[in-house]
Design a protein around this ligand. Structure first.
Ligand code: DGJ
Length: 726
């Protein structure tokens, strides 16, 4: 016994000494309502991540945690052999960066938001990296980004310049990521992360989210579902190439199944030179942690998006009628005037004139010519856009217009005048997609051109209320004539150039509603949403496909930012199509004059219903109740913050004959409140489906027992309003 005591004493002493020794180093605790990210300087004088998860009641408890010897923001070229977050080559050729903790400060923005700036310095080379972590307390969201400063007298080259780096130490990791292609966006794949590296990335340059979305959900220890499980969710706010890397260092001795997550601009073909005295700021990774499943992770991100992340996030979106699928390029003034009448009749706020309204020498009568020549086409519209805007105003509707300022057809006056304004490789043939090329937005003159496309329209027609900004190809054979021998900056400088244009547009036109479109869902990300209120999720508007596509986006983006139009795609009933579109931001792109009187009446009512319920549907909390993948049905619910008003959307897809679906248990209601169920979006031809419509139930009952809204007939749907009774 004595000998054990003898043995234990030095061990205990060591432990106390260790805690004491460590406690002199500053703890950097970044807290939100429920979460904490904690750093501390380690014995190597580097910054070490101590903890990320639910915040501890007593912050002294963080002191017990042992900082590891590595750097929290992993650098390359030195002693560490894993993927680096930051890697720099100095002018003498030294390819290493070794960052040591220097200081930190906290900038309080208001009662909810604060930014912690952590300064890290190389001990030999005058390179300073500041790691910025912005906390949104109520939303449980952190934004991480970095600034790299070159204080040397000579240039350095950034080989890797990530925004965020996170170290996790769990037994297992399950990654959910979202992939697809044109008209087939946001497929969901969940996989256990094996040992090694998995990346989610884009090299498309523009239209960057066409294949992979820069967002992820990472379940810790075991797969998470909607309500349970630890989840880290993230989304990178950048409209260009991105890379989110998960390096699973499995069972390495002493490393206890560590996962290193690095996210930021894709360094692919993008070594970035920082001249003496220059600095580079990376785009933010939006991050949340919860132990209450993917549903809560989504709600956290939605709250952040509506409160902070999206331009005019909480301003109600306007409904619109688009002419694209009704006319394509084939229209004239008379046709458009009749569509203005249809807009009024239908009751949407805006008429949106799509592609085909411009270019004269090479008229934009199809996608092969005219792109870049933004004068109104005199044959189609002899009285100009101004006339249409005036007509719209007189008819009591607002006017919106389509532009694609970043692109050009070779068959255009713009291309004839400025062949050096396009991205194209010397000594190689041009590579066309949709018969068009990408303009060189690295070039300030081209930025000016892109700004003027929008500025001319809006300055000459101040009542234009809506702009759809399109982008219909990605980069290939890309080379910037402007950048000359600095080609490896092209991908980054293009995106920065684009943001410069959007900054100017927003500074001058703060109230115009703008849609970010990219030949379908090529720009579904938060970098663009800083300027745009919404994005176009997919050219595929078949309602069955759209249920899954919108479902996928809902993991990261609130319904307010997802444009969903009722169109001619799919053979489903108008009600089914409308119910699907109403789950997001409702709009129309369909020949209204083909509607039967009943269809018109139904649609007019649906628009009024959507506007009435917009605060609940677009700003309420989302609960995904039945996913469309595992069963032949889907259901989701939105509920307002006060828990007084909810809307349930339920869809039967292709059930087998005789399928009986269980009741849908609602979520997020107040168990003590009574709620009236009311089926809506009905017409003379669409009879109510929910037998309990008109009855009152307690929130407790609706959450524990549920309601029978699942239909058994193929491609049928029900929308049920759930209204708290006083
Ligand atoms: C692609 C978009 O996704 C469509 O909605 C339409 O605007 C066309 N471009 C126009 O060229």
């Amino acid at each position: 016994m004595k000998s054990i005591k003898k043995l234990l004493l030095p061990i205990c002493l060591c432990f106390v000494l260790f805690v004491k020794a460590q406690s002199n180093q500053p703890l950097i605790i970044i807290k939100t309502q429920h979460d904490a990210l904690v750093f501390r300087e380690n014995s190597n004088k580097q910054l070490s991540q101590l903890y990320f998860g639910l915040s501890l009641n007593d912050s002294n408890d963080y002191k017990i945690m042992k900082p590891n010897s590595g750097d929290a923001l992993v650098t390359g070229g030195g002693i560490y052999n894993r993927e680096p977050a930051i890697e720099v080559t100095h002018s003498d050729g030294n390819p290493s960066l070794q960052l040591y903790f220097a200081s930190y400060s906290v900038e309080k923005i208001d009662g909810n938001v604060a930014v912690t700036h952590i300064t890290l310095k190389d001990s030999v080379y005058p390179v300073v990296v500041t790691w910025h972590i912005k906390s949104y307390a109520k939303e449980d969201v952190l934004e991480q980004w970095t600034t790299i400063e070159n204080n040397a007298k000579t240039a350095i080259v950034l080989n890797n310049y990530a925004s965020a780096c996170l170290q996790l130490s769990k037994e297992k990791y399950f990654l959910t990521h979202f992939y697809g292609e044109w008209a087939s966006e946001m497929h969901i794949e969940e996989l256990p992360l094996p040992e090694g590296i998995k990346t989610i990335e884009s090299k498309l340059g523009v239209r960057a989210t066409n294949y992979d979305n820069p967002s992820f959900m990472l379940a810790l220890n075991k797969p998470a579902d909607e309500e349970t499980g630890e989840v880290v969710a993230g989304s990178l706010a950048w409209s260009g190439n991105f890379k989110i890397l998960f390096e699973n260092i499995l069972n390495s001795r002493g490393m206890d199944n560590r996962l290193q997550l690095i996210a930021g601009i894709n360094p692919y073909a993008s070594n970035y030179t920082l001249k003496a005295g220059q600095s580079f700021t990376t785009p933010p990774l939006i991050l949340t942690y919860t132990n209450q499943g993917k549903g809560q992770a989504s709600r956290n991100l939605h709250h952040w998006a509506l409160n902070y992340g999206v331009y005019n996030g909480r301003v109600a979106r306007q409904t619109l009628l688009n002419n694209w699928e009704t006319t394509f390029f084939n229209f004239n003034e008379q046709k458009l005037t009749s569509l203005l009448d249809d807009t009024k009749k239908l009751g949407t706020d805006v008429f949106l004139l799509d592609d085909g309204w411009f270019a004269n020498k090479y008229p934009r009568d199809n996608d092969k010519s005219g792109l870049g020549d933004w004068e109104v086409n005199k044959t189609k519209l002899p009285n100009g856009i101004g006339y249409l805007v005036k007509e719209a105003t007189e008819k009591g509707v607002k006017f919106g217009i389509w532009v694609e300022p970043e692109m050009v057809n070779p068959k255009s006056e713009l291309y004839e005048k400025h062949p050096d304004w396009v991205l194209k490789l010397p000594n190689r043939p041009e590579n066309l997609q949709r018969t068009q090329l990408v303009l060189d937005l690295c070039n300030p003159l081209v930025q000016e051109h892109a700004f003027k496309v929008v500025d001319d329209l809006l300055a000459n027609n101040p009542s234009i209320a809506y702009v759809k900004w399109d982008c219909n190809r990605n980069m290939t054979n890309a080379y910037s004539p402007y950048l000359k021998d600095a080609q490896s900056q092209m991908f980054v400088d293009y995106t920065l150039g684009l943001y410069k244009v959007l900054e100017r547009v927003r500074a001058k036109y703060p109230n115009v509603e703008m849609m970010w479109c990219s030949g379908g869902g090529g720009r579904a990300e938060y970098g663009g949403l800083k300027y745009m209120q919404e994005f176009w999720p997919s050219d595929n508007t078949d309602p069955v496909d759209r249920i899954s596509i919108q479902w996928g986006y809902s993991y990261f983006f609130p319904s307010a930012v997802q444009c969903a139009h009722v169109t001619g795609w799919g053979k489903e009933s108008l009600k089914f199509k409308t119910d699907v579109a109403m789950m997001a931001k409702l709009g129309y792109d369909i020949p209204v004059n083909n509607f039967t009187p009943d269809e018109l009446k139904f649609s007019q009512q649906a628009i009024l219903t959507y506007k009435r319920l917009q605060p609940v549907i677009n700003e309420g909390d989302l609960y995904r109740l039945q996913d469309p993948y595992s069963k032949e049905r889907a259901a989701l619910e939105y509920i307002d913050e006060a828990k007084t008003h909810a809307v349930l959307f339920a869809f039967a897809l292709y059930p087998l004959n005789g399928d009986i679906f269980p009741a849908i248990q609602l979520k997020g209601l107040d168990p003590t409140k009574k709620y009236l169920l009311k089926e809506i979006n009905l017409s003379d031809e669409t009879k109510p489906q929910c037998k309990q419509s008109g009855s009152v139930f307690s929130g407790d009952y609706l959450m524990k027992v549920g309601l029978n809204a699942f239909l058994t007939k193929t491609l049928t749907s029900a929308v049920i309003e759930i209204i708290a009774q006083d």
